[in-house]
Write a protein that binds this ligand. Structure first.
Ligand code: ZN
Ligand code: ZN
Length: 179
C-alpha cells in the first residue's frame, strides 16, 4: 500500500450542501519539512482533529493538530524531540466557480479544486511558524566547542584550558611586580 503523505480532507459529501459539515479525527503521515533555516522531521504522524464545514461560499476547516517532531538544536546541532500542538483555521474557495472568491478582506482565502482539500502546506507553515526563536535541546545546552567542535554536553575537550582571560594575566603581572 502506498502511504499518503498529504493531509487531504474529503469534501465530496459536503461541497454542494451549504451548512453541511463533519468532524474528523485522523492521523496523517507527513514528509519532513525543509526550510531555509532548518529541517523538521516527524516522530509521529500528524493527528488532526478538525471540523470541515460548507459555509456557503467557502469551506472552513477549523480545529487543532498535534505531532511530535524532531529538530536540530541551535547550539549543539543534535536532534531533539519537540511536541507540537497548534490550531488550524483556514478558508478555502472553489476555483471552479467564477464568483466563488469571497469579497471580505482580512482572511487568507485558499483556492481548491475537486473533491478534496490538501491542508499539508497550511499544517507545515503553522508548524514552522510555531517554532521557538531559540531552538535548544535543553535550556543549559553547552553547545559545541568553538575550537575543536566537540559536543560539550557529552564530552569534555582540552581547548578551554588554554583560554585565559587577558585581564587576569595583567593582574598577575601587576601582583608579581609588587613582590
Ligand atoms: Zn543542544
Ligand atoms: Zn575543544
Amino acid at each position: 500500500m502506498v502511504k499518503s503523505i498529504m493531509i487531504e480532507l474529503d469534501i465530496l459529501r459536503i461541497k454542494n450542501s451549504p451548512g453541511a459539515e463533519y468532524h474528523l479525527v485522523k492521523e496523517f503521515d507527513m514528509q519532513p519539512i525543509q526550510t531555509e533555516l532548518e529541517e523538521v522531521f516527524f516522530n509521529t504522524p500528524v493527528r488532526l482533529d478538525v471540523n470541515v464545514a460548507n459555509r456557503g461560499s467557502f469551506i472552513a476547516i477549523e480545529g487543532t493538530f498535534e505531532a511530535n517532531i524532531k529538530i536540530a538544536c541551535g547550539r549543539c546541532l543534535d536532534l531533539f524531540d519537540l511536541p507540537v500542538r497548534e490550531e488550524i483555521k483556514e478558508f478555502y474557495y472553489n476555483t471552479g466557480k467564477m464568483d466563488a472568491k469571497p469579497e471580505e478582506d482580512g482572511e487568507d482565502w485558499i483556492p481548491y479544486r475537486g473533491d478534496s482539500i490538501d491542508v499539508t502546506p497550511e499544517v507545515a507553515r503553522t508548524i514552522v511558524a510555531s517554532l521557538p526563536m531559540k531552538l535548544l535541546c535543553r535550556d543549559d545546552c553547552q553547545g559545541l566547542c568553538q575550537i575543536c567542535g566537540e559536543n560539550l554536553n557529552t564530552a569534555k575537550c582540552e581547548c578551554h584550558k588554554d583560554e585565559v582571560d587577558i585581564r587576569l594575566v595583567k593582574l598577575k603581572q601587576l601582583l608579581e611586580k609588587d613582590q
